[in-house]
Design a protein around this ligand. Sequence first.
Ligand code: NDP
Ligand code: GDR
Length: 374
Amino acid sequence: MSTDKQITSKVPSDRPGASGERPVALVTGVTGQDGSYLAELLLNKGYEVHGIKRRASQFNTDRIDHLYTDPHEEEVRFFLHYGDMTDSSNLIRIVQETQPDEIYNLAAQSHVQVSFDSPEYTADVDALGTLRLLEAIRILDLTDKTRFYQASTSELYGKVQETPQSETTPFYPRSPYAAAKLYAYWITINYREAYDIHASNGILFNHESPRRGETFVTRKITRAAARIKLGLQETTYLGNLDAKRDWGHARDYVQGMYLMLQQDTPDDYVLATGQTTTVRDFATLAFKAADIDIVWKGEGEDEKGYDADTGQCVVDIDPRYYRPTEVDLLLGDAEKAREQLGWTPQHSLEEMAEEMVARDLKAAKRTSMTQSDA
Ligand code: NDP
Ligand code: GDR
């Protein structure tokens, strides 16, 4: 599934690393879904990678533990620093210490529904956090050296203005998350224009993987399908089944991020698959991958959860998962990224759903064995 051939063809030969020295990247949000795939990609390309993680009361590095090398060993290229997007002095110190060639700003309070509950915190992290990092580059006089990637989002499009959505489609944010990301998008462009920083926005449509957080809808569904199959839960409840998303695979999308920072000139790019699917259809597809037929509550006579004899599971709606304002339809046009970066997604939605369900079935089996041992 590698796109390495396309990638190297669009990477100029004068980037750091090309003449032997080791390029240095700083990744915020390294413990998240995208951060973990991006760190893998950069390490494979020979980078020294520094990641920022938050202090938490429990371990929060599950997604990157496999990248960790004992610091006493000779060739260590992956380093973690405690930090937080709300703490300017901490960010400035980390940028100063690491002197990165590239910063990938992936850290965010990234859950749209949660942003309605914590709008101010979301703005602080997602909007002002971006400003803090850009200011660190400026204050430390790294504007000529450090390239900057901003994790912008298809949520900026919000209320549908046109489809498919491209770099020229007007924005209409529909959540505190999207409004915060709108500020981050524009401040990135402003610092590019005002201070000549190589700063780019990736306007990424939804991308998923087995590492997706459990409360985003695809992972919630694949995890539920696996656990229902193994008798660990009876059913699941969902919100708006009619919402349509352009879902790709995170592995493909982090390659696009990397490519954006290898271009001679900074710019803004949409990454998307060009196909859209309802939540309802994704759920049907994912449950099928676990050999379960969904019956939407109200459509069948039987109102139980899972029936192993028929292979059917009744799934219901819980209005608690409805959002005060919804984004109804996302469908992206990634023509510019295809043309200029040589980027094309490699995974189909079906393959991805199968991969996610297979991984969740494995995890559910482990849980099931632990429970029966207890
Ligand atoms: P995740 O939610 O999986 O990861 C978010 C990361 O940000 C985590 O490492 C998290 O740390 C960290 N983080 C959150 N708050 C802070 C803070 N205050 N200070 C420092 N770090 C913080 O998101 P994804 O990997 O899915 O997404 C990466 C980025 O891309 C995000 O900015 C998201 O908004 C954006 N995006 C995502 C898309 C998607 O479909 N996945 C699409 C478009 C944009 P911790 O592990 O401790 O929680
Ligand atoms: P989204 O992702 O809001 O698009 O943001 P999410 O998976 O949370 O929702 C997608 C759609 O599914 C509907 N939905 C549900 N959502 C959740 N979480 N739980 C449910 O039970 C449920 N039922 C239906 C939602 O209403 C929505 O329409 C993601 C995040 O990764 C953002 O950070 C990123 O910017 C965008 O994708 C692009």
